[in-house]
Design a protein around this ligand. Structure first.
Ligand code: IPE
Ligand code: IPE
Ligand code: MG
Length: 236
């Protein structure tokens, strides 16, 4: 089979709650196990030569969860950022983040920016956390930023095109994901990367995120290899 180049994989890490429920454990334990899987999948992605791995860690809608669950998730994020800088340095991986980062608690934000700064020069792959991220928010934030810049410079804003709109995204230089994986079986996008996923291949598995390991990650890549990507055209 002709090997298809895959540069960017995006994952909706879903199912921590169900995992905890099935094991008779509190939800926070599911989130903790889920956070541990990040290193496993990052390593597998690096091994597969994937340049960008985007992980949906917290959505703009997840703020609606109980204060207790939200703060447990934020504490986990802080812990991850405290502990993982050496690992990211060792793996030579750069950390980036997309989302409404201003809405994050100040401790999370400052640790996040510290980790982003510390890993800025790393060049063997990029891990992108989608945090307080919503696809609609990204589009609206981008357009508003564009209008504001035009307004500040006193120019009438030029009409956007699909190409120039790309600059309105949180990470315009990152190529669209070729593959989007969702764990835990839900057949929906849940407001993830609405613009970028327009022609991505989807791989949905019933496996819950804390159980999603390297083997299944490689199985997802293999499934991608077999897809026929037409982009609306005809192959012959
Ligand atoms: C995904 O797990 C993690 C976040 C959304 C932060 P969930 O907490 O959504 O797990 P389920 O869907 O309840 O199983
Ligand atoms: C999507 O999962 C968000 C993340 C994994 C961070 P949700 O559990 O929030 O999505 P829904 O509610 O099932 O659509
Ligand atoms: Mg969920």
């Amino acid at each position: 089979m002709k090997e298809k180049k895959i540069r960017h994989v995006a994952i909706i890490m879903d199912g921590n709650g169900r995992w905890a429920e099935r094991h008779g454990l509190p939800k926070t334990e599911g989130h903790r196990r889920g956070a541990n899987q990040v290193s496993v999948i990052l390593e597998a992605a690096q091994e597969a030569g994937i340049e960008f791995l985007t992980l949906y860690a917290f959505s703009t809608e997840n703020w609606k969860r109980s204060a207790q669950e939200v703060s447990a998730l934020m504490r986990l994020m802080e812990k991850f950022l405290d502990e993982k800088i050496p690992e990211l340095m060792e793996k030579n991986v750069r950390l980036r983040a997309i989302g409404r980062l201003d809405d994050l608690p100040v401790n999370v934000r400052s640790k996040l920016f510290r980790a982003i700064e510390a890993t800025r020069e790393n060049s063997a792959g990029t891990l992108i956390f989608a945090l307080s991220y919503g696809g609609r928010a990204e589009i609206v934030d981008g357009v508003n930023r564009y209008l504001e810049e035009a307004w500040k410079s006193g120019r009438k804003p030029a009409k956007l095109t699909e190409e120039s709109f790309r600059n309105c995204l949180y990470a315009p230089d990152v190529p669209d994901p070729e593959l989007m994986i969702r764990t835990s079986g839900e057949l929906r996008i849940s407001n993830f990367l609405l613009w970028q996923l327009s022609y991505s291949e989807f791989y949905v598995t019933d496996t819950l995120w804390p159980d999603f390991g390297r083997e299944e990650f490689f199985a997802a890549l293999e499934s991608f290899e077999k897809r026929e990507r037409r982009f609306g055209g005809r192959l012959k």
